[in-house]
Design a protein around this ligand. Structure first.
Ligand code: AMO
Length: 437
């Protein structure tokens, strides 16, 4: 590789080519395709901004022909050449090079065809993630994810939420005993955090409005298209709001994300051939009781107090095609120990799920701030109050009324991209079977 070149300064991005007709440019990127015809060698060059056609007439200098004829898919090259407008080239422009330099070779056979012309199954794509992430689909997916993350932060920052970072190594369960990964910590058994739950609640008592976007861990054995063992949760907690108000925040947050993706990612949505769901009306709110009735009306069995399984969620989805909706007022027994029961009807609690068709995207609730009620709830669930000593102290140190939610980023990504499996929208997914790469 040429030493001493300021690559970033010298470089023209492929997306800038239309402004450079007649000029000499330096392009860097990957060989996406090579076509050797009787009169020309065509290289399709790919960089992060798109594709360009490099056209090399066969009567060019022998050195150029010799380099071009040795190129393979995914070789990294530097092209120095002139931009020409072209009626014939599919991309509208072509580069007539003076030189092509190979910066890094791709040794064939590669485990995957980045162009997607030779299809591969999901496991092959995930095994060769360093290659599959170069595909047009994946480039589009993760550009959309960046917009989504930016939009969430933008919305929350603008509305006065403080960004928090809570520990991942914790001494006790944050969501109750199930699904915990234990870790050896200098000979002591500790756990990977399942959520920032009790931390965000304590911080609502300091900053009023907080949020965190981070990885959390669940020892979920479920092999589904929407469970991971390591997942990004978008957590929000807010003081002095009730369930209705926090669901409003969640609804506005999701709508803001969709608007921003619509605005910034037209090209990516086109690549994915995906249409975002309409968001011009309010998300419906149905109570758990009403949801059970809908499920039963579709001929699916369900008793009051049971959670919605796959068949029940599918039944609900028939009622809510291409729609987000909230299920509110859940049976207390189905929700975590920190959830506030309805004082008028304590078998019901002020909790909600945000669902898209059949998929739970987020869940949250009003929280218990009464110390005695919190202790009772722990005992009812077989949890040891001694493990929650500091949180209990918080509850008797001026803990404000508060509510919040956790949203699964990759689950939202399924809706933003139209992909069907959560592993497709996660750069390096972890599930029961997958720990690599
Ligand atoms: P919950 O356990 O419902 O609530 O999780 C919140 C959201 O996180 C996502 N999620 C997952 N995504 C992928 N793989 C998983 N294994 C997984 N588990 C959860 C889902 C889910 O809706 N502390 C509460 C939130 C709160 O009350 O503030 C909590 O963690 O999208």
């Amino acid at each position: 590789m040429s030493k001493g070149i300021d690559m970033r300064r010298e470089r023209t991005l492929i997306s800038e080519i239309p402004e450079k007709v007649g000029s000499t440019v330096t392009l860097y990127g990957w060989v996406h395709e090579v076509r050797d015809t009787a009169r020309f060698i065509f290289i399709i060059l790919r960089d992060r901004s798109g594709f360009a056609q490099i056209t090399i007439p066969k009567q060019s200098m022998s050195e150029l022909i010799s380099v071009a004829s040795r190129l393979h898919h995914e070789d990294v090259i530097m092209v120095h050449g002139t931009v020409v407008k072209s009626e014939i080239a599919k991309l509208g422009y072509e580069i007539i090079p003076n030189s092509v330099e190979i910066l890094s070779r791709a040794i064939h056979p590669l485990p995957l065809d980045v162009t997607g012309k030779t299809p591969a199954d999901l496991d092959t794509k995930l095994d060769a993630r360093y290659l599959s992430l170069r595909s047009a689909d994946n480039q589009a997916i993760f550009k959309i994810q960046t917009t989504a993350l930016m939009a969430m932060r933008e919305y929350l920052w603008k509305n006065g939420y403080i960004e928090m970072i809570s520990p991942r190594i914790i001494a006790y369960a944050s969501e109750g005993g199930a699904d915990l990964f234990a870790v050896d910590y200098f000979g002591k058994k500790v756990f990977l955090a399942q959520s920032p739950q009790l931390y965000k609640e304590m911080l609502a008592g300091a900053f009023e409005r907080v949020f965190e976007i981070g990885l959390f861990y669940r020892a979920e054995k479920s092999r589904t298209t929407y469970h991971l063992t390591e997942f990004v949760s978008v957590d929000v907690e807010e003081a002095f709001v009730n369930m209705d108000e926090i669901t409003e925040t969640l609804e506005n947050l999701v709508k803001h994300v969709i608007e921003k993706v619509k605005e910034n990612n037209k090209k990516e949505l086109e690549i994915l051939n995906h249409k975002l769901p309409p968001i011009n009306s309010s998300f419906k709110r149905i109570t758990y009781d009403e949801a059970v009735e809908i499920v039963k009306s579709k001929g699916i069995e369900m008793n009051w107090g049971e959670d919605f399984g796959a068949p029940q969620m599918k039944a609900l989805s028939e009622e809510f095609t291409s729609q987000f909706y909230f299920i509110i007022d859940w049976p207390s027994q189905l929700r975590p120990f920190y959830t506030k029961p309805d004082p008028k009807r304590p078998e019901i609690c002020k909790a909600f799920d945000l669902v898209y068709e059949w998929l739970e995207i987020a869940s949250g609730s009003e929280r218990i701030t009464d110390k005695d009620l919190f202790m009772q709830n722990l005992l009812k669930r077989g949890l040891n109050p001694a493990d929650f000593e500091i949180f209990i102290k918080y509850l008797s140190s001026g803990a404000p009324p508060h509510a919040g939610f956790g949203l699964g980023l990759s689950r939202l990504m399924l809706i933003l991209t139209g992909k069907k499996n959560i592993k497709e929208v996660t750069m390096f997914p972890r599930d029961v079977d997958r720990l690599k790469p």
